[in-house]
Design a protein around this ligand. Structure first.
Ligand code: CP
Ligand code: NVA
Length: 295
């Protein structure tokens, strides 16, 4: 109501002149990251946002619950529109097939910031942390204990095996690893072993990795899952089955007293805090790599 035709024409002229971002009078080409999150997050959200800001760009967080997705807009339509506003998207979705749909219809790169099946940025920074601590990855023995069908187990197994580590998945009989990811891991010449034997499986292992027994979206089965996995808690007794100087990792958030005890998480064999800090470093590298700006 307030604009005159001349003002509207001026806005349209300006819009035309802004198509070339390098000529933008205010911000040049500082890239923008959109974080589209359907699930909770502390680390991944803040580390991605901080990473982008430190690189000179900026980020926009969009919770799917307050976006039009919650009112039925399709993932494909969301992807088409969102990718016309930003340079890169990091998405945390409930279902793997939704992030694949998002990537299919997005005109900019889409980073998987966790789905029900995968947590690849976590795995990349975890394997980076292992390399930092041990000086190598090849030849190490990494054991994932507990919910061996969870997203972090799938991504860690594939990434670590690809980089030459042997992987043991140790969990109860009722929990079957996803063979799609196991088959991908064994394509490398690394050993992938699945076992229910905590003591035997941890023998000679360099890294013990655990994650929650109740992942996001599984809250309805919490009691059943806590019972099923309780024998697979990482505590000081269990630690003794592994190598004397084995390191303990956890993607966090930890549920102290469930999958891990506080003395182990806070103990001298734990590298969980270094692991969490490294997320930002590796995410920064992922952003630069995808924005074709590594130099
Ligand atoms: N490890 C991890 O992804 O943590 P957040 O759920 O807090 O992002
Ligand atoms: N497996 C956990 C990982 C959290 C970072 C979950 O999906 O909730």
């Amino acid at each position: 109501m307030d604009l005159s035709p001349a003002q509207i024409r001026r806005l349209f002229q300006l819009s035309d002149s802004l198509k070339d971002r390098s000529k933008h009078p205010l911000s040049k080409t500082r890239p923008i990251l959109s974080l589209l999150f359907e699930k909770s997050s502390t680390r991944t959200r803040v580390s991605f946002e901080s990473a982008m800001i430190q690189l000179g760009g900026s980020s926009i967080y969009l919770d799917t619950r307050t976006s039009q997705i919650a009112r039925g807009e399709t993932i494909a339509d969301t992807a088409r529109v969102l990718s016309s506003y930003v340079d890169i998207i990091a998405a945390r979705m409930g279902r793997q097939k939704d992030i694949e749909e998002l990537a299919k219809y997005s005109s900019v790169p889409v980073i998987n910031a966790l789905t029900d099946l995968e947590h690849p940025c976590q795995a990349l920074s975890d394997v980076y942390t292992i390399r930092q601590v041990f000086g190598k990855i090849k030849g190490l023995h990494i054991a994932f204990v507990g919910d061996i069908a969870t997203n972090t187990a799938n991504s860690l197994m594939v990434t670590a095996a690809k980089m030459g580590a042997d992987v043991s998945l140790i969990g109860p009989d009722g929990c079957k690893p996803d063979m799609h990811y196991v088959n991908e891991a064994i394509k490398s010449s690394s050993l992938v072993e699945i076992s229910n034997d905590l003591e035997g499986g941890l023998q000679g292992c360099d890294v013990i990795y655990t994650d929650t027994f109740v992942s996001m979206g599984e809250e309805g089965e919490a009691a059943k899952r806590r019972k099923m996995f309780s024998r697979y808690q990482i505590n000081s007794r269990v630690l003794k089955y592994a190598k004397k100087d084995a390191r303990v990792m956890h993607c966090l958030p930890a549920h102290r007293g469930e999958e891990i005890t506080s003395d182990v998480l806070d103990g001298k064999q734990s590298i969980a805090w270094q692991q969490a800090a490294n997320k930002m470093l590796v995410e920064k590298a992922i952003l630069l790599y995808l924005l074709n700006n590594e130099e």
